[in-house]
Design a protein around this ligand. Sequence first.
Ligand SMILES: Cc1cc2nc3c(=O)[nH]c(=O)nc-3n(C[C@H](O)[C@H](O)[C@H](O)COP(=O)(O)O)c2cc1C
Length: 158
Amino acid sequence: MDETAKKNILRQIPYGLYVIGVKDGASHHAFTGSWFSQCSMKPPRVMLGVRHGTHSLDMIRHGKVFSVNWMSKDDKKVLEQFFKATPASGDRFGDLTYRIQKTGAPVLDKALSYIECEVIHIHEAGDHSIVIGEVVNAELRSDQPPLVMGDTPWHYGG
Ligand SMILES: Cc1cc2nc3c(=O)[nH]c(=O)nc-3n(C[C@H](O)[C@H](O)[C@H](O)COP(=O)(O)O)c2cc1C
């Protein structure tokens, strides 16, 4: 196989960019995710690709819930914050405020919209797991178009 072609073609898959909120007991965490899609209409289910070895995947396994936060095109810095390692202070959220809604997963106050999901299945897929969640809460807060991968110079995968 032509490795360069494979990488460049896979990078042309159009992706969104989301802050995925997770929890384990009383602790809350979040990461930037792009491998996200709806995968069932009835029941309403979505899937996430989550990398093995991340704190987030451990928390999803234990907490069994997650939120998906759509962010504004002005919020690149927020996405950056959640793909970098947690600062030594341990303060993952910094100045960003969040609230607990239905599932206990953190929902960012700045999110344009969000959904909350309960984890139904986790399948190993290679170096990531596919996490399937059922949508149990949704709030459309704004009609503004959200930030997507194509608005940034970033890539994930390939
Ligand atoms: C543009 C971009 C998109 C990303 N998409 C994903 C993704 O879909 N799934 C994933 O597991 N990690 C993704 N990441 C990496 C995580 O955001 C990053 O590993 C994060 O620090 C994980 O946090 P944790 O180890 O504290 O859980 C992405 C990173 C970038 C830069």
